[in-house]
Design a protein around this ligand. Structure first.
Ligand code: BG6
Length: 482
């Protein structure tokens, strides 16, 4: 299936941190694919900006290597890759001083869309924004793209929003949550709002509970220094899981426009019941035969940071009161598997008698891998012997349904082009980010005050025992992480 290409005008894109890990691993490979698909018109410029003493040739060589390493199996052909690399240039810029900023201004055009991608550590967001202002680099057609983490808590997020607001209008700020760029995450909105089938049942009258799982099999690896200051709550729940929860729980927006969608998401976050630190389960993985423990990986033997979180979340509004949402995420779990499972209530009365085996209908939306949807329904088991019931899966893999050559684009491909097109629908608004921190902060704060150790869990397991208890107490069970 060939991707539908929406034309854009030539643009200038500056990547601060252009020599860094994210740029080489994700941003430039994503741009290369869009280029190969014909979506970067002739005359567009991609400028790497960083402190490294490189020239354009050196930068191009570096990115050529990165493309070899990170484009993966269905890489664009060699000719497209070469032409893409030829469109790159480099300017040496120091965010913390005046060095290079005038050169950068000289490299940009006045009359085209100008995007600045802040692919740098959060401590540089403020200084870069200030220099862009000071060197008159902000035109009406300027956009900035800010990577996560967007703040460390409510206070820092608010301060960052204020710093950015001093130089940019909210319509110019694109806060990335790459989960929103995933095809299957966008599909949640398609499933809900492009079908009549589910929406009438999508409320506490018919939904017993919802499970949202984002499991990873990798450990924290080389990201220890960052991760140990964040933990799973800040790294995953405050942003990615919160966004998934919003897309499942929000009211239908009146149209698919940025503020219509974001207003509805914000209402969900504001309706979340507070969760106390004691009710939130957190865990840390131990060592296995071939894998190091969390504490060894982060090189902090007494760290209390969580690599796993499980939560039961209530939503106090008319639609969801009485339907708990169970969220869990962690590293070094059994497999990389993310899904949302909506378990429906039992029918009010069984005409088949008391003894009939009963399984609730479940709609499972698999986000990754093996993207697809399954609906578990009850049918009659074939054959004589009375009315015997059985639960079976109506199973759809998107790859099968949409054709084998379906290319599921990386989240960054979609998101970067949305920045160029000026579409903020899949980006977080400032008030949304602050509301998410306002909800997670008290939990993290409670953990810090209690200063007790997270529960241990075996590597490649489904998480700590207390997480099982969180469900068992309610007479429910987590779905297996396969
Ligand atoms: C990032 C987190 O935002 O998302 C990482 O910082 C995590 O810790 C990653 O591994 C997961 O993303 P994906 O796309 O692999 O599910």
């Amino acid at each position: 299936m060939v991707a539908r290409v929406i034309p854009v005008d030539p643009f200038d894109l500056v990547i601060f941190g252009g020599t860094g890990d994210l740029a080489r691993r994700k941003i430039l490979p994503a741009l290369c694919r869009r280029f190969a698909d014909g979506q970067m018109p002739e005359g567009s410029r991609i400028i790497g900006a960083a402190r490294a003493a490189l020239d354009t040739d050196g930068f191009r060589q570096m990115i050529r290597k990165a493309l070899d390493e990170f484009l993966g199996e269905d890489a664009p052909d060699a000719d497209s890759q070469s032409r893409f690399v030829d469109a790159l240039s480099y300017v040496k810029v120091d965010a913390a001083s005046d060095d290079g900023w005038a050169d950068l201004r000289g490299a940009l055009r006045e009359d085209v869309v100008r995007a600045f991608y802040f692919s740098v550590g959060p401590s540089l967001f403020g200084p870069i924004a200030a220099q862009l202002g000071a060197f008159n680099l902000v035109t009406p057609e300027t956009r900035i793209v800010v990577e996560k983490p967007f703040g460390h808590d409510l206070e820092t997020a608010r301060a960052l929003n204020q710093t950015l607001a001093a130089h940019f209008d909210e319509t110019q700020i694109y806060r990335i949550d790459h989960y929103l760029g995933k095809e299957t995450v966008q599909n949640l909105m398609a499933v809900r709002f492009a079908n009549i089938l589910f929406e009438p049942l999508w409320n506490s009258r018919f939904v017993d509970h919802v499970q949202i799982t984002v499991a990873e099999s990798v450990g924290v690896g080389g990201r220890g220094p960052y991760y140990d200051k964040s933990g799973a709550m800040r790294d995953m729940v405050q942003n990615h899981l919160m966004q998934l929860l919003c897309l499942i729980a929000m009211e239908p927006p009146h149209c698919f426009e940025p503020d219509a969608v974001r207003d509805e998401k914000l209402k969900v976050i504001n309706a979340l019941d507070p969760v106390s630190a004691g009710e939130a389960v957190r865990g840390q993985y131990t060592a296995g035969p071939n894998s190091a423990s969390y504490l060894t990986e982060v090189e902090t033997p007494d760290s209390l940071t969580e690599s796993y979180v499980a939560l039961k979340v209530g939503i106090s509004n008319w639609r969801w009161k009485g339907t708990p949402f169970y969220l869990r995420t962690g590293k070094r779990l059994r497999s990389r598997s993310s899904e949302i499972a909506i378990t429906f209530r039992d029918p009010p009365h069984s005409i088949f008698g008391e003894g009939a085996p009963w399984r609730a209908n479940v709609l499972v939306i698999r986000l990754q891998p093996d993207e697809g949807m399954t609906l578990r329904v009850m049918i009659k088991e074939p054959g004589p012997g009375g009315m015997r019931l059985k639960d079976v899966a109506l199973d759809m893999s998107f790859a099968d349904a949409l054709g084998e050559d379906m290319h599921i684009p990386d989240a960054y491909e979609r998101l970067i082009m949305d920045v160029i097109r000026g579409n903020q629908t899949l980006f977080m608004r400032g008030d949304e980010v602050e509301a998410a921190w306002a909800w997670t902060d008290p939990i993290i704060d409670g953990w810090r005050k209690a200063a007790d150790k997270p529960s241990e869990y075996d590597p490649f397991s489904s998480g700590p025992e207390d997480a099982l208890m969180l469900m068992h107490r309610d007479g429910r069970k987590w779905r297996e992480i396969r």
